[in-house]
Design a binder for this molecule. Structure first.
Ligand code: GLN
Length: 482
């Protein structure tokens, strides 16, 4: 079995049928990373010793015929804003360059007890702010399909690691599209769970009312497996919900065609407007036609407040960022400059430690929260957020899922949008409304025919805690292509 063919599911089958050992596959993946990652730069740090030991433990369990789950031995990459005890966790920022995590995030604890193997930590935009990984303090990640193009962001390293087979699956985080957009650009599956479905304990906070952790995988079936392992209420995260623990494994992993056929799908006209590239438009149209062959009902719908989502996000998100990044003063975490006065020490540490985009958002956020401007910006944006959420509540009375493009354009070239932050922000126009409304959504690759094409993704958005609808339809769509 070759690494290129491995999914979580096939890896599991190969292990239990003793076709290979977890240790030998882990060794093989590290060899591949050493040969290839100089070009791609998906990883910021590797975890070879611990990973090989975790793989041996998995092999031991199998040798003793102990019961093992799908994730035993699974070779995973983790975004560098998720804490793994004893490993670096930089959020791709100089201010955290020397930071070592002192505890495990809840998702890591869960995956450890499922027997997963952590290969290393992946590159990202600094503090998850960006759409291309060009904001990483440690240099960008390249798109494995075309090294002159960006892999998307902010979880570009996780997406590229899976797309280039340097991991079987990965975790990322999504605040405005950071799982779905890089998944679309790299041709893999990316799921942003419902807000509250997965514990955020141990993820470096960007914008706490929007952040969610989720999987990157090669197949929708794998996304269902991984989501099933990481979901659930957690005492350490008061925004995690008991409803997450009620989602049934069987609905995620074994969707029934008769249930899928009952799903009604809405196509919002506001997502097929000027600015959507012709290639994306026709690829998404093809996905819609393929889904029609499953005999589901498809109809046009309207989400009238869509056009306000981007401006609303770029007020709420920086407001939360400015507050969350306050803790990085270079004293408790990160590198320290020297200064006589405490206030100068803060200033120097933050000046040296943060990149331009982080500074831009701290400034924006501090401004929109400042006295006299609060009502005009932040309070108003909260009202608009409600309207956007209500748009979805309204359409979910007549449809079960919403289908849209993920990105307005194909993966762009390095440097193409770095001089114009607003251009960069537009890459997330189709993913941001979902975070504002707290809904689950998945990006999955359109089945394309020509080999040389750049990947295109489409997005399925579901009701709160109805990941099973998204993953169910996705699994049947995926079967059409095989
Ligand atoms: N690209 C968006 C931003 O820059 C989303 C980031 C994210 O989801 N973490 O804010």
């Amino acid at each position: 079995m070759h690494l290129h063919d491995l999914t979580i599911k096939k890896f599991h089958e190969g292990l239990v049928n003793k076709e290979f050992s977890a240790h030998e596959m882990a060794q093989e993946v590290f060899d591949l990373i050493k040969a290839e990652d100089g070009k791609i730069h998906a990883y910021l740090s590797l975890n070879e010793r611990m990973a090989l030991r975790q793989a041996e433990e998995a092999d031991l369990k199998i040798a003793k015929n102990e019961p093992v789950g799908f994730l035993t031995g699974a070779l995973m990459a983790i975004k560098d804003n998720i804490l793994i005890e004893g490993l670096p966790c930089t959020s791709a920022s100089k201010i955290l360059e020397n930071y070592t995590a002192s505890y495990d995030a809840t998702v890591i604890k869960k995956l450890k007890s499922s027997g997963a193997v952590f290969l290393g930590k992946t590159n990202m935009d600094e503090f998850a702010m960006g759409s291309s990984t060009e904001n990483s303090a440690f240099g960008p990640t390249k798109n494995p399909h075309d090294l002159t193009r960006v892999p998307g962001g902010s979880s570009g390293g996780s997406a590229a690691a899976v797309a280039s087979h340097m991991a079987v699956a990965a975790l990322g985080s999504d605040t405005g599209g950071s799982i779905r957009q890089p998944a679309a650009f790299c041709g893999v599956v990316g799921l942003k769970p419902t807000y509250g479905a997965v514990s955020r304990y141990g993820v470096t906070a960007m914008a706490s009312s929007l952040d969610q952790i989720g999987p990157f995988t090669k197949t929708v079936e794998d996304a269902a497996i991984l989501f099933n392992e990481i979901k659930g209420v957690d005492a350490m995260d008061s925004t995690s919900s008991p409803q997450a623990s009620e989602i049934k494994e069987e609905d995620l992993l074994k969707p029934k065609l008769e249930d899928i056929r009952k799903l009604r799908i809405g196509i919002p006209k506001e997502y097929f407007v000027e600015g959507l590239s012709a290639e994306i438009g026709s690829a998404v149209e093809k996905a819609i036609q393929d889904i029609k062959s499953l005999k589901v009902e498809i109809k046009e719908i309207s989400l009238p407040h869509t056009k306000y989502a981007l401006s609303c996000y770029y007020i709420i998100m920086p407001a939360e960022v400015s507050s969350n990044l306050e803790r990085f003063e270079g004293i408790r975490y990160g590198s320290r400059q020297s200064a006589e006065k405490l206030i100068d020490l803060y200033k120097k540490n933050r000046e040296a430690g943060f990149g331009d985009e982080s500074k831009r958002r701290i400034l924006l956020g501090t401004f929109v929260l400042s006295s006299g401007y609060y009502d005009a910006y932040y309070a108003k944006a909260q009202k608009v957020r409600r309207l956007i959420a209500q748009d979805f509540d309204q359409v979910f009375k007549e449809v079960d899922l919403v289908l849209t493009p993920v990105t307005p354009t194909l993966p762009f070239k390095f440097g193409e949008k770095t001089d114009n932050p607003l251009e960069m922000y537009l890459s997330d126009a189709f993913t941001i409304p979902v975070n504002l409304a707290g809904l689950p959504a998945m990006s999955l690759p359109v089945n394309q025919t020509k080999k040389d094409k750049l990947p295109v993704g489409f997005q399925l958005i579901g009701r709160h805690f109805k990941e099973a609808d998204i993953l169910g339809l996705g699994q049947y769509y995926e079967k059409l292509s095989r």
